[in-house]
Each structure stands twice: as C-alpha cells, then as structure tokens.
Write a protein that binds this ligand. Structure first.
Ligand SMILES: [Ca+2]
Ligand SMILES: [Ca+2]
Length: 94
C-alpha cells in the first residue's frame, strides 16, 4: 500500500490536507489509470472516523515508545506535519 498526497483534486474541496491512501490502481480499456483511494482524517489514527482522546492515547503510546504504528498511521498521527509524532500531535487531536 502506498501513501500519496493530492494537492489538486477538483472533485472535492478541503481534502488536500489529508493523506490519501491508495488502495488499488488499475487501467480501464482506454488506458486511463483508475486510482482507488481512501482519505484518512488527520489525527484519526484508529480510523473510527472520530478524532478524539482515543487517538491521542495511541499517539502518546507511540511517542512514549510503548507501541508501534504502521507507516500509514504515522502519516495520520503527525497532525502538524513536522515529521515528529509527539505530545504536540496528541494535544492537537484533543
Ligand atoms: Ca479515531
Ligand atoms: Ca508532529
């Protein structure tokens, strides 16, 4: 699974800040790429569609070295996008 960012998607507004997780790429009969992806909400590490204290706990657990995250979760957990997953990100989701 790959993670890509789309900064220019005319079909939807306000999604450019969220990581797009590419689920599959296929090609139609015209040779056009058909990309299937889901948009994860920044901070929604457990993907229950809510950004709340449960996500903060997961972020804190990772920041404290108590648990690990997948590459996708790390992307989602880094709420302020500074490349570090730390207390600041946990505070941001509360
Ligand atoms: Ca959540
Ligand atoms: Ca961060």
């Amino acid at each position: 699974m790959d993670i890509a960012r789309f900064s220019d998607i005319s079909a939807g507004a306000n999604i450019s800040d969220n990581p797009a997780v590419v689920e599959s790429i296929s090609y139609d009969e015209q040779g056009s790429a058909v990309v299937s992806c889901t948009f994860a909400k920044k901070g929604d590490v457990n993907k229950d569609t809510y950004v709340n204290d449960k996500d903060a706990k997961i972020i804190l657990s990772y920041a404290g070295g108590l648990s690990d995250l997948t590459a996708e979760q790390k992307n989602i957990a880094d709420v302020n996008g500074d490349g570090e997953i730390d207390l600041i990100d946990a505070m941001a989701v509360l």
